[in-house]
Structures are given as structure tokens and as C-alpha cells.
Design a protein around this ligand. Sequence first.
Ligand SMILES: [Mn+2]
Length: 280
Amino acid sequence: MAHYFASDIHLRDDHPERDERFRRFLEVLEPTDSLVIAGDLCDFWMGARKSDRRLAEYPSLRALAEFRSAGGSLAILPGNHDHWLQPFYRDTMGATLLHEPVDLVVEGLRLRLVHGHLLGARRLWKAGMESHAFFRAFGLLPAPFARPLDRVLTWKNERGLVADEERHLAVYRTYAASCRDIADLVVIGHVHRAVDETGSRTHPRLIVLGGWQYRSSYLRIDEAGATFRVIPDGPATAGQATTDTPAPGLPAASNSGTNARTTPLAAACGPPRTTLDDPR
Ligand SMILES: [Mn+2]
């Protein structure tokens, strides 16, 4: 039995490769496993413009519902792109809805989990975009109008992305430090760069789960400890980057026997940041 955490898959029609990645990931899950999605499973575009029925037909969402109906445990902490989809996640996908901040104890490790958009680094214009009124209006816009608006939002996000990420990460680090008495791991989404910063006596380990625009990344916790995996596209398991935190009282997880390996943080970071294409 293993516990998985992922976020920011940002499923949307015009990026079928994300659907492929997510389906491949779901294939390795066992019915005894648990999966927590820490926000932005679906992109704003999908959430606003597809009916629940058409969403349910989406291949990886169907696989997710099948994982759930086969006995898997599924919980979703909605993010800024998909918090309007809570009824769909609960009623159609069978997910348990979480509300942040979430505190869990998993295999003896204390986790604090948030999506990350509410920690204080968000720009005002983005907060406006995350209103229900904007969501509804965007859903009603004819596609010829919605698509250019989507592109403008994308462009606005790409501009200054590195600075935006750095600003968020600084806030995340401060937040993680403030959790030192209650958490061993602080797990956050929203920022699409995958980050794993080792904890210390005074700081919990900080994991930013990372976006699925160009590769998969997830946290896996089992009795041997916590492993953060960043998997570039390509042959299965090749080039996996992993880092580990042993569960209390246990030795570090062994990576031998697979292509997985422990790598420095720099290698676990994502693709060239300038190519990220979506508003968070
Ligand atoms: Mn987000």
C-alpha cells in the first residue's frame, strides 16, 4: 500500500499529452493505494467550458474514477483552477473533498498540505480571475472569444514567470518554516517548478509537487519513507529523479533495483521555465 500526492496536472483538450501522462501514472496505482490531488487537476479552460458529463468521458478522468471504484482512496484539494469543480469531483468522481490547510499523518510522517495560491504571493489580477463570476463568464464566452483571452492570460503568466516563481517559493519557504512544530513535510502545489528542499532540525522538508506540462512528478509515501519523483517523458522509468525522507525510525528508502536514483535538487527541477504555457 502506498500513498501518492500530485498536483497541477492541468488537463485540457488542447494538451492531450497531459492526459497521457496522467493515465500512465494511474496505471501503476493499486486498488489498495491512496491518491491525493493537491489542486488544479483540471485547467481553468476545461473546468469552465466542459459539462460534467463530457468531463467524465475524458480518458484520464475516467481512469481516475475507475481507480476509485476499484477501491482506491481518492481525495482532492481543489486549487485555483478547479475549485468550481468540487461537486463534479465529489459526485461523479467519488472523491473526498479536502479543505486547506490539510494535516495528515502518513506512515508516521506529519504532512501539511496546501495548494499554495492563498499563501500571500498572488497578484491582484490573478485573484480577480479566480472569482466565480469570471469563471462563469469565461464558460459562456464563445470559443472564438475565449481562446484569445486564454492566450492573453497565458502570455501574462509567462511574462516574468521566473520572478513569479521565485516570489512564490520565498513565501513557501517562510510558510514551511512556520510549520516546523507541526509538520515533517510541507507539500505545496500551484508553482509548476518541482522542488524538493531537504528539511533540517528547524525546517520541515519542503516539496513543491510541480506541474505536469512537460513531465510527471509526484510524492510517494510508503512504509520505507517518502520519495519525490520527477519523471521526464520517455521510456518508462528512465531518468527518474528521486529524493527520499525515511519514515521515523526507518533507514532511508533504497532506490536500487530500478532506474530510479537520488539526484541533487537541481536535476530534479523542471523543464526550461520559459516554456511553461499556462496561467497557474
Ligand atoms: Mn494553481
